[in-house]
Write a protein that binds this ligand. Structure first.
Ligand SMILES: Nc1nc(=O)c2c([nH]1)NC[C@@H]1CN(c3ccc(C(=O)N[C@@H](CCC(=O)O)C(=O)O)cc3)C=[N+]21
Length: 282
């Protein structure tokens, strides 16, 4: 078998086109503000791609750039101003932040109704208690991709590799809500390879270049690679050794062109959702 390659770029384009159509029918433009502090290189690509996509889909989007030396109080004041600005529906503060700024303080300061990253404790709590809230973009994008790939979720053995606040944990929750049998595995798991091999759906989100080798992938598995890493040669690679996984998987996402573009499309989807919810159209 050779895996079908799941084209995240194409799925993201369709999702964004659908959002553009919906926005064209509104009497306002949903507002998104991305706040960047200093110069994290990973954030650079993300902010550029996002700005282009947001403007093309009809959002009122802009990036606010603070210097690397900004104080935590400067950022908190900026967030407060965005919270009360009626033109702003979505606020995203790029992570990582410089060391003098505590990310948990900043995330806690964002109005949960405008928290389009879905990182605020209120939104995390809503996800776990199955209430309607803003869902983190990357796991939300992965669910879109699984549905597009025609994956049968009910009863499927899903393994999530990685337990981060922003991907692994919410990912497991969404898979559980879709009736998967979910296993979370991580750096302390005994025999990671054997656990991964049992997966019918494998989501790798650890940020370790090509950690998942071909023999970690079960025959016919659907493999979703969330990692975006640079390898020793400076090439962009995922958490999965793509060429090794290809002959075993039924379907697999590439890096780049897999999950990354979906994260951006879901950020825009969340911004539209937040805009409608704030105006009372749920
Ligand atoms: N508050 C916050 N929320 C985030 O969601 C967030 C963040 N901070 N900080 C940085 C990371 C990184 N991130 C990416 C999203 C999409 C691509 C993406 O679209 N990648 C393309 C192109 C990659 C390339 O060419 O370099 C792809 O995978 O095909 C990359 C990186 C979101 N992040």
């Amino acid at each position: 078998m050779t895996a079908r390659i799941i084209d995240g770029k194409a799925v993201a384009e369709r999702l964004r086109a659908g959002l553009a159509t919906r926005i064209a029918g509104l009497h306002f433009r949903p507002g998104l503000r991305v706040v960047r502090v200093g110069e994290d290189p990973a954030s650079g690509v993300y902010v550029r791609n996002k700005d282009r996509a947001a403007l093309a889909a009809g959002f009122d989007s802009s990036t606010i750039h603070l210097p690397a030396e900004a104080r935590e109080s400067d950022l908190l004041m900026l967030v407060e101003n965005l919270n009360i600005d009626p033109a702003v529906d979505g606020i995203l503060v790029q992570l990582p932040l410089p060391p003098q700024i505590r990310p948990e303080m900043v995330i806690a300061a964002i109005d949960p109704a405008k928290d389009v990253d879905g990182f605020h404790t209120v939104n995390a709590g809503k996800l776990v208690t199955r209430q309607h809230g803003l869902v983190p973009c990357t796991p939300k994008g992965v669910m879109h991709l699984l549905r597009e790939a025609g994956a049968t979720l009910r009863g499927a053995r899903a393994v999530v590799l990685g337990r981060s606040q922003i991907v692994g944990r919410p990912m497991a929750q969404l898979l559980l809500d879709a009736d998967c049998t979910v296993t979370m595995v991580h750096s302390n798991t005994r025999d990671l390879a054997a656990e991964c091999r049992r997966a019918e759906i494998l989501v790798a989100a650890v940020g370790k270049p090509e950690l998942v080798r071909g023999d970690w992938v079960g025959e016919g598995a659907i493999v979703i690679d969330v990692g975006i890493n640079r390898n020793a040669a400076g090439k962009l690679v995922g958490d999965v050794a793509f060429a090794e996984a290809l002959p075993r998987a039924a379907a697999i996402t590439p890096v780049p062109g897999g999950v990354g573009p979906m994260t951006i499309a879901c950020l825009l989807e969340n911004t539209l959702e937040a805009a409608l919810a704030r105006r009372g159209h749920t």
